[in-house]
Design a protein around this ligand. Structure first.
Ligand code: PLP
Length: 483
């Protein structure tokens, strides 16, 4: 250890570059106990070590970490970062501050304001308001808090005790964070009504309306409808205009979970897929997913200006003094449920500044085009079968059916075997460092693969074909006795 640690810091970019270079494998997978054993000396913190040893430990730890910067990392809806975003992230970390007051984050406050204003305009609610949150799940809490406060402002002081029973509506394919939010905020998960989806994964609107009518007849209060623009697995986009019509008719808060699909707003060619989003009361969008802003970067937007502050303010006197020497309207922190808050907007601003709307539009178009290419390739290739042919977001979902399973009667037993084959192929792909890809069951569908595409690194057609080839190669290694 050196007295100030600065010389180690100077080496960091070099270390990261080397440990994530092109020739480095995607993953050197070890099972947990094995990894614990391998790294036991490195993990040990009982005595100080020299910088030289520290570097050796760090490199070894990075060796066993997943290289999410690679094209073959398709395991999640995030992946490689935009290099400008990573630069922004490093700068933001180095300037270590908190977003709550103008006093400690003068420029970063203006950056957040600027970027929120720009995003609001893109989503068609130019007079709205917004805040950066740690992620989509937290944004769901914001949406429910805003909707509930709007309906019952007394909630803040009195709690839920004397209020009518409230119900929330969300689709089968929507993100699970709605259940967590319902629990955390005291609605209870039993008060989330799950609305059926069609084959493409979109909420069935007639069923939404019928369910709302039923709840009203039972004297319950419909507090929020959670529509999804880009479901996590299929990438389905609900018919947002139709949801808005229903919400308007019954006076219910419409939230759009656009965590995944919101990035389509950046493309003039594809933004019409989100038509109706401009009628939402609130929107959540994760630039840390498709766009490749380093984790975490998530925006929560709402139509009602001032509501966020009213609903969340606690007016702490030690932090948000009203007799400060500058215009305290620039202390935006009381809109947040957090106290200390990272300056996530800066990473997004860096990217936008470098690339502008035009550059981001091109990246969006490319990601949709590459997904379309992948969909076509999957449709044509022997042994591959699509879950749905309808491309809504850049998600392509399919099964790989090994040769020994083909031309057989596809009864329940056959599907039970397919259910085990998909995770087995994934295991082989991982162990052989070929590809990290997601799989999931969905409704009546047995385990299938989800290949989802993100802006960075820019994926080429050849690489998509390589990914499918890897799945085929590993699929053909599977035998019944392995399952
Ligand atoms: C990922 C995701 C979320 C949750 O976002 P986090 O930032 O991971 O909390 C919510 N909704 C959808 C549709 C998602 O895909």
């Amino acid at each position: 250890m050196e007295p100030n640690g600065h010389s180690f810091l100077d080496k960091v970019i070099g270390i990261v570059k080397e440990e994530t270079a092109d020739h480095v494998p995607l993953i050197d997978f070890k099972h947990p106990k094995e990894l614990e054993e391998l790294l036991s000396d490195d993990l040990d913190i009982s005595k100080p070590t020299s910088d030289c040893e520290l570097e050796r430990s760090v490199r070894k730890m990075l060796q066993y970490s997943v290289k999410t910067n690679k094209t073959t990392f398709r395991n999640q809806l995030y992946g490689g970062t935009d290099p400008y975003g990573l630069a922004g992230s490093w700068i933001a970390e180095a300037f270590n501050t908190s977003q709550y007051t103008f006093e400690v984050a003068p420029v970063f406050t203006l950056v957040e304001m600027k970027i929120i204003k720009h995003i609001l305009k893109l989503f068609g609610i130019p007079d709205g308001d917004g805040i950066f949150s740690p992620g989509g799940s937290i944004s769901m809490l914001y949406a429910l808090v805003a909707a509930r406060f709007k309906a019952f402002p007394e909630i803040k002081a009195k709690g839920m005790r004397n209020l009518p029973e409230m119900v929330i509506f969300s689709s089968t394919d929507s993100h699970y964070s709605i259940m967590k939010a319902a629990h955390w905020l005291g609605f209870g998960t039993d008060n989330v009504r799950i609305i059926r989806t069609n084959d493409f994964g979109q909420m069935v609107i007639d069923e939404l309306e019928a369910t709302i009518q039923k709840e009203l007849a039972l004297g319950r209060y419909p507090v929020l409808v959670n529509a999804t623009a880009g479901t996590t697995v299929l990438g389905a986009i609900d018919d947002l205009d139709a949801v808005a019509d229903v919400c308007e008719k019954y006076g219910i808060w419409m939230h759009v979970d656009a965590c995944w699909g919101g990035s389509l707003i950046l493309s003039s060619k594809f933004k019409n897929k989100l038509k109706g989003i401009e009628r939402a009361n609130s929107i959540s969008w994760n630039p840390h997913k498709m766009m490749g802003v380093p984790l975490q970067c998530s925006a929560f937007l709402l139509r009602d200006r001032g509501l966020l502050h009213e609903a969340n303010a606690a007016a702490a006197q030690y932090l948000f003094q009203q007799d400060k020497f500058y215009d305290v309207r620039y202390d935006t922190g009381d809109k947040s449920v957090q106290c200390g808050r990272k300056i996530d907007a800066f990473k997004l601003w860096m990217i936008w500044k470098a690339r502008s709307d035009t550059g981001l539009g091109k990246l969006t178009d490319h990601v949709m085009e590459i997904a379309e290419f992948c969909l076509g390739a999957v449709a044509r290739k022997d042994g591959f079968r699509l879950v749905t042919e309808c491309l809504q977001c850049p998600n392509v979902c399919f099964w790989y059916i090994p040769k020994f399973m083909r031309n057989a009667d596809e009864d329940d037993k056959w599907w039970d075997t397919m259910h085990k084959i998909t995770p087995k192929i994934k295991e082989l792909l991982t162990i052989n460092s070929r590809l990290m890809v997601a799989y999931s069951p969905l409704r009546h569908h047995k385990n299938f693969f989800r290949l989802a595409f993100t802006f960075h690194p820019i994926v080429e057609e050849r690489e998509v074909l390589d990914m499918l080839q890897s799945i085929e190669d590993c699929g053909e290694m599977v035998t019944l006795s392995m399952l």
